[in-house]
Design a protein around this ligand. Structure first.
Ligand code: GLY
Length: 393
C-alpha cells in the first residue's frame, strides 16, 4: 500500500502527464484485448498437466516446463493481470487453475527464485481474491526463502543447494532483488519480522557490492561462505563481466524502486535513481535496449523483457518521485512494445510480446517470446493506466 505522500505525488504526476501522454487509455485497453485473445488461445489448447508455459517455440506454441522452472509464476500471473482488467469470472477460474499446481513451491528451497514464482502467481491472485489459502502459501514460501540467507555475507544465496556441507563459496545474482518483495509483504502481513530484516540486509549488501560507480550493476557475485567476502564479480547472461546486461539493470531498477516503496528509506531511492539514470542515458532512441547495452553489432538482438521490466519500474518511480521524465521514458518504451514490431500478431502465436533474449551466452531463448516479458508488459500497462486515471498504483 502506498503512503499518502506517494498518492498525492501520483495524482500530481498523472495530471501533468496528460499533456505529454503518448498512449491513450483506448490504446492500453486495446493491448489488453489482444492479450485476452492470445491467452485464450493458449488456455484453450494447453493443459496444466503438461507444465507451465515458459517461452514460445518458432511454430508459435508454448514450451511447457515443470513448476520448478524459475519462470513458472509468470503465465498464471498474466492470467491474473488480465482478470484484473476484465473482471470476468471465467478468467478468474483459469488463473486459479494455472496457479494451483505451484503450491508445492512453498517448501522449495533449491534456488532463490521462489519470490518470482509464488509472488507473481499467488501474490497477484491474493491481491484480487483475498483468498486465505493463497496468503498462507505466500507466507510459507517467504519463510522457505529466508532459509537461504547467509549471515556471514549478509545476503541470500541465489543458486545451489544450501544443504551441501562441502560448500565453500556461493553465488548471488542481481535478479535476487526481485524476491525481496514477497519477504517484505510477508513481514507486513502476519509473517515474521525477521523477514524484513533479511530483506533489508540483502538489499544493503547488494547495494554495497553489486554496483559500479556509474550505477550499472554486475550480474553475478561469488561470496566466500566462511568470511562473507566477495571473491568474484562477473556476468552470467550478459556480454562481458564489465558490460551492462539489460535485464539485470532492469531488475536492479525495479528492485530498488520496490524497496523504496516498501520502506521509504532514501538510500534505496538513490540507488534506484542511479540505476535509472545510466539505463536511460544509454537507451537507444526507440526506448528498447539490446539484450546487453554493450552488445556488439554482430549480436544486435533487442530484449523486450528488459524494456517491459524497466518500464514497469519507471512508472512506479515516477509516482514515488513526481518526476515526469521517468513516466515519459516508460510510456515511450511501452508505446513501441505495443506496435506490430513487438506484438505477437499472426495466427500461430498464443503469446503477447516477441523479441526477448533469455541467455544468449548459451544460445537459449534468443529473440523469442518469454513469459516474463508478457507479465511485466501487462503489469507496466496496468500501472500506466492507473496513472492516467489518477489512481494510486
Ligand atoms: N532471472 C533470470 C533472468 O532474468 O534471466
Amino acid at each position: 500500500m502506498l503512503s499518502n505522500k506517494f498518492v498525492v505525488l501520483g495524482v500530481m504526476v498523472a495530471v501533468g502527464a496528460w499533456s505529454a501522454s503518448a498512449m491513450t487509455l483506448e490504446e492500453i485497453d486495446g493491448v489488453f484485448e489482444f492479450a485476452e485473445l492470445q491467452y485464450k488461445k493458449a488456455t484453450d489448447s494447453l493443459t496444466v498437466e503438461e507444465g507451465i508455459p515458459r517461452n514460445s517455440h518458432a511454430d508459435g506454441t508454448w514450451n511447457q516446463l515443470g513448476i520448478t522452472s524459475w519462470t513458472s509464476g509468470f503465465f498464471p500471473g498474466c492470467l491474473w493481470l488480465i482478470y484484473a482488467q476484465n473482471q470476468d469470472d471465467d478468467w478468474k477460474k483459469e488463473a486459479q487453475k494455472w496457479t494451483a499446481p505451484l503450491e508445492p513451491l512453498k517448501t522449495y528451497d533449491h534456488h532463490h527464485d521462489v519470490g518470482f514464482m509464488v509472488f507473481c502467481s499467488y501474490g497477484e491472485g491474493y491481491r484480487l481474491t483475498q483468498d486465505p489459502e493463497y496468503k498462507a502459501i505466500i507466507l510459507q514460501t517467504a519463510d522457505t526463502l529466508a532459509t537461504r540467507f547467509r549471515p556471514s555475507g549478509g545476503i541470500i544465496q541465489s543458486w545451489g543447494s544450501i544443504h551441501n556441507e562441502n560448500t565453500k563459496t556461493y553465488r548471488v545474482i542481481i535478479d535476487n532483488m526481485m524476491n525481496l518483495e514477497m519477504m517484505l509483504w510477508a513481514s507486513k502481513n502476519g509473517g515474521d519480522e525477521t523477514l524484513k530484516a533479511i530483506a533489508l540486509t540483502h538489499a544493503d549488501t547488494t547495494m554495497k557490492h553489486h554496483f559500479r560507480p556509474d550505477g550499472s550493476s554486475f550480474h553475478k557475485l561469488t561470496y566466500e561462505l566462511e568470511s562473507g567476502k566477495v571473491l568474484l564479480k562477473q556476468t552470467h547472461q550478459g556480454y562481458a563481466d564489465d558490460s551492462m546486461w539489460a535485464r539485470g539493470q532492469a531488475w536492479a531498477l525495479y528492485g530498488y524502486t520496490m524497496m523504496y516503496r516498501e520502506t521509504e528509506e532514501e538510500r534505496y531511492l538513490e540507488t534506484a535513481e542511479k540505476a535509472a539514470a545510466i539505463y536511460l542515458k544509454r537507451l537507444p532512441k526507440d526506448g528498447i535496449p539490446r539484450w546487453d547495452f554493450d552488445a556488439p553489432d554482430s549480436k544486435p538482438f533487442k530484449d523486450a523483457s528488459a524494456a517491459a521490466i524497466a518500464s514497469s519500474a519507471l512508472v512506479e518511480l515516477s509516482q514515488l518521485t513526481g518526476k515526469k521524465e521517468y513516466l515519459a521514458a516508460a510510456e515511450k518504451a511501452l508505446e513501441e512494445l505495443s506496435t506490430d514490431r513487438y506484438l505477437a500478431k499472426g495466427e500461430k502465436y498464443q503469446c503477447l510480446l516477441l523479441h526477448s533474449v533469455g541467455n544468449l551466452n548459451r544460445t537459449s531463448e534468443v529473440d523469442v517470446n518469454i513469459s516474463y516479458a508478457d507479465y511485466y508488459f501487462l503489469e507496466a500497462l496496468s500501472r500506466l493506466k492507473k496513472v492516467k486515471q489518477g489512481q494510486p498504483l
